[in-house]
Design a protein around this ligand. Structure first.
Ligand SMILES: NC(=O)c1ccc[n+]([C@@H]2O[C@H](COP(=O)([O-])OP(=O)(O)OC[C@H]3O[C@@H](n4cnc5c(N)ncnc54)[C@H](O)[C@@H]3O)[C@@H](O)[C@H]2O)c1
Length: 342
């Protein structure tokens, strides 16, 4: 297959590259490296099946040609992360919506109707307070908290664009609502909780829990996420579907902090930080985020291979090696538990 991945040098995108190259597919990545890193793909530098272009998808002149070449397109390029979303509210809307529309327009005008897989998010459920979030439930955007919801709004717009191009022009569209995805190559500096906690634990620094820590999340290892996403896209084929992609095991943030301390043998203490102090402005946190995976499972039979403990162990090993590298000033090779088992 010919696979085009926008944002393919990022966290989830680079794991999709791994999956498709391992299968012998030809993969074309376009990424402006705003949050992604070329090093995420460095292990494929000798692979002739990978092509990389550093470009902004909003202005990239070769987009039409790349879209016409592809059988399947994953649109992952987006402004992401709580800190960036709060700091750049207009950019979130401009990039996330305009890039998606440009891509869909290219797919329509190419005349060849590639399958388009759109990265949406559990954030589209917004204030929906149901304990378990099903795809058919309402998407509830709050009018409070100003631009806090711009990311959510941008992803709702992307979903609407994808479904409209599917209905009006027959472009097969898979909308994947990712719930908190975690694992190797995720960076903590944009507000992602797990890499931040692991980094603090490995350094025996206080683990900073924002708010009371009773808010819950459901974390899915990225190595499961990309397998589920590919299985979904394959099963949906020329059809169109919106589906949650994640893991339905739920854990509170305070329990997560304790679990990381336990797995890493850290001497860190837990320190609570107010939401205003953490985000620099009023911030509405979400009480719960747990997906229903019935649709994903019914469609694909998908089963997870990476429990949270395994993800944490792998991240702790990677972070320890990085710390050692910082101290020694040279590179240490690290094999995760998963790689050792392979
Ligand atoms: N990680 C999660 O838990 C999660 C949850 C819900 C949704 N998502 C969605 O999944 C997708 C991938 O997220 P991620 O976690 O891998 O984040 P990421 O920041 O690692 O990946 C996004 C990639 O897009 C690139 N990019 C941004 N703007 C671009 C532009 N204008 N042109 C070209 N490339 C551009 C970045 O450099 C980066 O490599 C995003 O659309 C995100 O909204 C992720």
């Amino acid at each position: 297959m010919h696979i085009l991945i926008t944002g393919g040098a990022g966290f989830i995108g680079s794991h999709l590259v791994d999956l498709h190259l391992a299968r012998g597919d030809k993969v074309h990545v376009v990424d402006d490296l705003s949050t992604g890193q070329r090093s995420n793909l460095a292990h494929h530098d000798d692979n002739a099946n990978l092509r990389f272009d550093e470009a902004d998808i909003l202005t990239w002149p070769q987009l039409d040609r790349a879209v016409a070449w592809a059988d399947r397109i994953y649109n992952l390029a987006a402004v992401v992360g709580v800190y960036r979303v709060l700091a750049e509210p207009t950019k979130v809307l401009a990039v996330n919506i305009a890039a998606c529309e440009r891509l869909l327009r290219a797919a329509r005008e190419g005349g060849w109707q590639p399958q388009v897989v759109l990265a949406s998010s559990s954030e589209v459920y917004g204030h929906n307070d149901e304990d378990i979030l099903h795809e058919d439930q309402d998407l509830v955007v709050s009018t409070r908290a100003g631009t806090r919801w711009n990311y959510s709004v941008s992803k709702i717009a992307d979903e609407a664009l994808g479904l409209s191009y599917a209905q009006r022009f027959g472009i097969p569209a898979v909308v994947s609502r990712f719930f908190n995805t975690v694992g190797p190559r995720q960076v903590g500096r944009y507000g992602m909780v797990l890499p931040r906690f692991v980094s603090q634990a490995v350094r025996n620094e206080p683990i900073t829990v924002f708010g009371g820590g009773l808010q819950t999340r459901s974390f899915c290892d990225v190595r499961d996420t990309v397998v589920a996403l590919d299985a979904l896209a394959t099963a949906v084929g020329r059809g169109t579907m919106v589906a949650n992609v994640g893991n339905d095991r739920e854990i509170s943030i305070i329990e997560l902090a304790r679990l990381i301390i336990e797995r890493s043998g850290s001497r860190s203490e837990i320190k609570h930080v107010g939401l205003r102090e953490a985000y620099g402005e009023d911030f509405e946190d979400i009480r719960r985020r747990r997906p229903s995976l019935n649709r994903l499972r019914d469609k694909t039979g998908f089963q997870h291979l990476y429990p949270l403990e395994r993800t944490i162990d792998d991240l702790v090993a990677i972070e320890r090696a990085r710390l050692q590298e910082e101290r020694d000033g040279h590179c240490t090779l690290v094999r995760t538990q998963s790689e050792r088992a392979a």
